[in-house]
Design a protein around this ligand. Structure first.
Ligand SMILES: Cc1cc2nc3c(=O)[nH]c(=O)nc-3n(C[C@H](O)[C@H](O)[C@H](O)COP(=O)(O)OP(=O)(O)OC[C@H]3O[C@@H](n4cnc5c(N)ncnc54)[C@H](O)[C@@H]3O)c2cc1C
Ligand SMILES: NC(=O)C1=CN([C@@H]2O[C@H](COP(=O)(O)OP(=O)(O)OC[C@H]3O[C@@H](n4cnc5c(N)ncnc54)[C@H](O)[C@@H]3O)[C@@H](O)[C@H]2O)C=CC1
Length: 445
């Protein structure tokens, strides 16, 4: 069987490795328009902010790794069309040569692209996005310029907040804008996001929330001012981070999609064409909190969905367990993690939810050093009492792993009452006998 994979980043790589390692004997052709593969964008801010010295360790796979296992890897080759009837992929190589690849099974792993704000002045120099390694390099080069002193970051989601920290670490003045009232509004309720806002403000980042960019103005072709619905600000550079959209144009007129263009898949990653699978950011994904398919762009989901597609195409039926969109962020030492829905997100999706909050020290009360406060919120459906979300925030790093337990609880449809008496270990170095997670659950109305 000949399997063609379009897109060789996290999702495409996971599918390719699964097929090559577990189901040998197939012809695998991997095509990507980029010159590199496997770049972990999560490391961009760490590198640009000089928390790590070099970007090379942010790559974990090379074309040679797949060629050594028998695959054909075509880099700098852009797919321009797919004929789903003839089962053919048309592409152009880096030398301009037209290529046609036939397939028995096709894996779409074209990922996502940043949303471009449709406002005047978009084309000016000094306006950046952060998705590819090359875009990280461009931002890094700008940060090195003495003339770039004041930076506007548009969108205080995950990428915006992380790059705001990086810019500050490089000695820049940073103005952080978001249409919402707080940072991280897609992931955390306001009471939680406020903790991050205070942390950002304490570090000298200028916060402009509830503000929408309406125009970029320039001087000699380079951005020099940003105009919002409230005011205008002189800046030397802009970084746009207002979210991702599925990069599905190659297939969205032929295959079924969600309203945002993500290619609809089932739990086997199969699209509306049985010979075509879609994985990662280009595809829909099943949310256990919502109990329906939705769109959640994360590297963790990309890897899992790639593995699932690989097994199904290889001949071993495997159903995805669904996801919770579990995520985390660490900014100037302040750590936040969440999974499933916040109260706000649950209500937006039509769920009738309640929540329980608790706050305590991370370690036992009699440890007075390095013992930070932890805030927790657990969100549950009122009628069924099933847990649909959790949020944690603290300067303590110990909180990080806890969110995974809530992820499993949501996946397994556990109720808030089942959590209340769960056996959690106790050791003073890490927690208290009255663990804040179970106390929050015990307090649930
Ligand atoms: C700055 C940043 C930080 C992030 N941090 C995190 C994090 O901490 N945790 C987390 O879980 N996620 C994080 N993400 C999100 C994560 O990177 C994405 O969810 C992930 O990259 C999706 O993987 P993918 O393989 O589905 O798609 P992509 O990474 O978008 O890869 C798609 C590939 O398809 C190729 N392609 C597209 N169209 C064509 C075509 N026509 N022809 C040939 N090739 C094509 C592209 O060149 C690309 O290589 C971050 C993203 C960014 C940008
Ligand atoms: N730690 C992690 O897990 C990370 C995950 N990612 C993922 O990568 C994807 C893209 O990240 P982001 O671009 O940061 O998206 P995001 O969805 O996290 O944040 C986008 C932000 O932009 C704001 N916004 C939207 N339109 C706006 C406008 N016109 N003006 C001002 N603000 C506006 C939104 O309110 C939101 O806060 C997401 O799916 C994210 O989850 C990215 C970085 C880190």
């Amino acid at each position: 069987m000949k399997i063609v994979i379009i897109g060789t980043n996290h999702a495409g790589i996971a599918a390719a490795n699964t097929l090559l390692d577990k189901y040998p004997g197939h012809e695998i052709v991997m095509i990507d328009r980029n010159s590199n593969m496997s770049y972990l964008g999560c490391g961009t801010a760490l590198w640009v902010g000089r928390q790590i010295d070099q970007p090379h360790e942010l790559f974990y796979a090379r074309p040679e790794d797949f060629e050594a296992k028998g695959a054909t890897v075509l880099t700098e080759t852009e797919v321009s069309a797919i004929d789903f009837q003839k089962k053919q992929v048309q592409a152009t190589s880096k030398t301009g040569e037209a290529l046609v690849e036939n397939y028995d099974k096709l894996i779409l792993a074209m990922g996502s692209r940043p949303i471009i704000p449709k406002i005047l002045g978009n084309e000016l120099d000094g306006i950046h996005f952060l998705k590819l390694f090359q875009e990280g390099q461009a931002v890094d080069e700008e940060f090195a310029k003495e003339s770039v002193k004041r930076i506007a970051v548009i969108g205080a989601g995950y990428i915006g907040t992380e790059i705001a920290e990086a810019a500050k670490r490089r000695g820049k003045e940073v103005l952080l804008f978001d249409a919402e009232a707080t940072s991280l509004a897609s992931y955390y309720d306001e009471d939680f996001a406020k903790g991050m806002d205070e942390n950002l403000a304490k570090q000298g980042i200028e916060l402009h929330f509830g503000e929408i960019a309406q125009e970029f103005k320039g001087t000699n072709g380079r951005v020099s001012q940003i105009v919002t619905n409230k005011d205008s600000y002189d800046v030397d550079m802009v970084i746009n981070c207002i979210g991702f959209t599925a990069n599905s144009a190659l297939a969205s007129d032929q295959l079924e999609t969600l309203r945002n263009g993500a290619i609809k898949v089932d739990k086997h990653q199969q699209t509306s064409d049985p010979d075509v699978y879609a994985v990662g950011d280009v595809a829909s994904i099943y949310s256990n909190a919502l109990q329906d398919f939705t769109y959640i762009a994360l590297a963790s989901n990309a890897v899992r969905s790639g593995i699932v597609a690989g097994h199904n195409i290889g001949g071993q039926p495997l159903e995805s367990a669904g996801v919770q969109g579990s995520n985390g962020i660490s900014i100037f030492g302040y750590n936040m993690t969440s999974t499933g829905f916040s109260v706000k997100a649950a209500e937006k999706f039509g769920l009738d939810v309640s929540y329980t909050d608790f706050e305590d020290k991370q370690k036992a009360w009699f440890l007075h050093e390095d013992n930070d406060t932890v805030k927790i919120r657990i969100v549950y459906e009122k009628e069924s009492r099933r847990i649909v979300g959790a949020q944690l925030a603290s300067y303590s790093e110990i909180i990080a792993g806890n969110i995974n337990m809530f992820s499993l609880a949501i996946q397994e449809q556990k109720t808030i009452d089942e959590l209340a008496l769960l056996d959690l270990f106790f050791l003073p170095h890490f927690n208290s006998p009255y663990n804040y997670m179970t106390v929050a659950a015990l307090n649930a109305k």
